[in-house]
Design a protein around this ligand. Structure first.
Ligand code: UD1
Ligand code: MG
Length: 447
């Protein structure tokens, strides 16, 4: 059993160039279920409640540093390999006791249970590695074993033809006795095909020091590394299936699960119905008895009980949809709050707005919230009726119970219970059309 009092320090290697991703962004910032790879690994580390978490980054990876903050980062000056990256953690590990767990920033689906098992294995000898059996081990370091111990890890490009046949591979994560860490990491040399410092050489180095390396086998779906865009897509598919199953387990109805996409933090209540082709971006929280109709795209919104969204609705971040609100087809909601019972059933843009209880927003309403320089706020009171095809030019306030006539462009505040009409006056002339026709026909006949 793990001594739960034993100190644990996690380091996450994230400084690599990620060349195989063919991207200008750091690999660990690639998104999986709405969050960067590094955030997946960090959150799993946090579950282990370690004494410290240090992420190794390259110079200029400010976005990675921001993603892991307030946890610390250390800089690897040149990307000379995973062994060299681990070395960059040494200053942060001064005086560390217990164990150091080294994780890879590109192995995002690893679970804390698997890491706990690795930690436990390392308590015996002071060194353990996470392994996985892969039907196609191409690209991974192969584990050479003897009894139940690892005697060497050989990188794919350094393998002999026989070693290439080994399907037990290195998942990339080590747990190392803190008092040996500096000594073993310091002894790694770049004696290999790539002239890199391989963290995996630690196995032989520890053996020379009389310490045998244990290995713990984990599940394939948790331990695949992400080195290319197609591996990223495979991991996304794997994770989406898990999130779909979880949503249904928690009581949501997904009419066609394979067409619904979730973020890690999506929260759905009971008896939520999600029709086909719905996308949940980050930060969506849905209460009980809400229906999300087909083809809706939601991000950063809290939706209260009994609301109805879509079909074809887009809700953007910082929005709040109250109880029993209806957002219908082709409506966009952006940084807006709709209070209980408000309705916007067709074709509208509601940006930077607060919309009162039971207000009714007619088809084609646009809130003009942007003047080309600044965003401005609009307040629409309780029970307001906004007629179809109206434009409300922000900043503007429409008081409780007021009416806005259809086709109006409202640029002035409207008092409570008033009527605002801002369109050219309607003119109807009896018989005008037949007189006009007769005149024109006569003109034509003369020619
Ligand atoms: C690595 C392992 C391999 C294992 C595989 C599992 C080594 C030498 N190889 O290979 O045995 O099967 O992971 O997925 O350890 N990094 C740095 N600095 C560097 C180089 C890499 O921080 O100089 C980071 C990367 O950002 C990445 C991680 O280390 O998050 C792994 O690097 P990567 O180049 O992907 O190693 P693999 O070739 O996948
Ligand atoms: Mg990798």
């Amino acid at each position: 059993m793990i001594d739960t009092m034993s100190e644990l320090h996690c380091i996450i290697l994230a400084a690599g160039k990620g060349t195989r991703m063919k991207s200008d962004k750091p690999k660990v910032m690639a998104q999986l279920a709405g969050q960067p790879l590094i955030t997946h690994v960090l959150n799993t580390c946090i579950e282990l409640a370690p004494k410290s978490i240090t992420t190794i980054i390259a110079d200029g990876m400010d976005d990675v540093a921001a993603a892991v903050a307030p946890h610390k980062t250390a800089i690897q000056k040149q990307q000379l390999g995973t062994g060299d990256a681990a070395k960059a953690a040494l200053p942060a590990l001064k005086g560390a006791k217990g164990h150091v767990m080294v994780l890879l920033g590109d192995v995002p689906l690893i679970s804390s249970d698997t890491l706990a098992a690795l930690h436990e294995a390392a308590t015996e000898n002071g060194l353990a590695v996470l392994a996985v059996h892969l039907p196609d081990p191409t690209g991974y370091g192969r584990l050479v074993t003897d009894d139940n111990y690892v005697t060497a890890i050989v990188e794919d490009r350094d393998c002999t033809p026989e070693q290439k046949q080994i399907t037990l591979v290195n998942a990339g994560c080590f747990c190392i006795a803190a008092d040996k860490f500096e000594k073993w990491i310091g002894a790694i040399k770049p004696d290999n095909a790539q002239k890199e410092f391989y963290l995996t050489d630690i196995v032989k180095i520890a053996a020379d020091d009389g310490v045998r390396c244990e290995y713990v086998e984990g599940a394939e779906h948790e331990l695949r590394g992400i080195n290319s865009k197609s591996q990223l897509a495979e991991a996304e598919g794997e994770l989406q299936n898990f999130l779909r199953a979880k949503a249904m387990f928690d009581g949501a109805t997904l009419v066609d699960p394979m067409t619904v996409y979730f973020s890690m933090d999506t929260q759905l209540g009971r008896d939520v119905i999600v029709e086909p082709n719905v996308f949940f971006g980050p930060g969506v929280k849905v209460a009980d008895n809400v229906t999300i109709h087909a083809f809706s795209h939601l991000e950063g919104v809290t939706i209260e009980e009994g609301a109805s969204i879509g079909p074809f609705a887009r809700i953007r971040p910082k929005s709040h949809i109250g109880r029993k609100v209806t957002i219908g087809n082709f409506c966009e909601v952006n940084r807006a709050t709709l209070k209980e019972g408000a309705k916007s059933k067709h074709l509208s843009y509601l940006g930077d707005a607060t919309i009162g209880e039971k207000a009714n927003i007619g088809a084609g309403t646009v809130i003009a919230n942007y003047d080309g320089f600044h965003k401005q706020d609009t307040t629409i009171g309780k029970g307001v009726f906004v007629g179809s095809n109206s434009t409300l030019v922000a900043p503007v306030t429409v008081g409780d119970g007021a009416y806005v006539g259809a086709g109006s462009t409202v640029t002035m505040d409207v008092p409570a219970d008033a009527l605002a009409v801002a369109r050219s006056r309607n003119v109807v002339r009896d018989g005008w059309a037949s007189t006009y026709r007769t005149k024109k026909q006569a003109e034509k006949a003369k020619k």
